[in-house]
Design a binder for this molecule. Structure first.
Ligand SMILES: [Fe+2]
Ligand SMILES: [Fe+2]
Length: 166
């Protein structure tokens, strides 16, 4: 299916699928990291941070959906077991073992910075050889840049608050 759509890809389709599968693993792990973060988080500004983390979780799940649809269009199969997430991930998983708001924010900022690097590299490699993947990746990258900005702004607010209290 989608034979012409696949034929216009000017690089090895398997390579595009491999890059997308790795990003797919990242998105699921990012989703879970955000989601579980909202459950365990503790400390000042907790409610505002939870609302932000939940929004990001929703975005990461939407990204997983976008990436999986593209994998299928290219004739691949999205990873069928969570076990593979850990084998394929670029950015890994940061367990929120310390529930303090600041620590959770820092972990997720690190995750977003990794995602930005990964999608940026993907865009560079794929370029106009695969405009459909390129376009999707640019959309996702825009979200990840926004996510980093949101979290860093929250961290700034939190630090200002903590300083004033001290
Ligand atoms: Fe994402
Ligand atoms: Fe993100």
């Amino acid at each position: 299916m989608g034979t012409k759509g696949r034929a216009i890809v000017g690089m090895k389709v398997e390579r595009v699928v491999e890059l997308l599968s790795k990003a797919f693993a990242d998105e699921w792990l990012a989703y879970y990291q955000y989601w579980i973060g909202t459950k365990v988080i503790a400390g000042p500004m907790k409610d505002a941070v939870i609302a932000e983390l939940m929004q990001h979780a929703t975005d990461e799940l939407r990204h997983a959906d976008m990436v999986s649809n593209r994998i299928i269009q290219l004739g691949g199969t999205p990873l069928t077991t969570p076990k593979k997430w850990f084998e394929m991930t670029n950015c890994g998983y940061d367990e929120p073992s310390d529930p303090f708001v600041r620590k959770i924010l820092e972990q997720n900022i690190k995750g977003e910075q990794c995602a930005i690097s990964v999608y940026h590299a993907l865009i560079e490699e794929v370029g106009m050889k695969d405009p459909v993947t390129y376009n999707m990746t640019v959309q996702i990258l825009q979200d990840e840049v926004e996510h980093e900005e949101d979290l860093q702004a929250m961290l700034e607010d939190l630090d200002m608050m903590l300083e004033r209290r001290a």
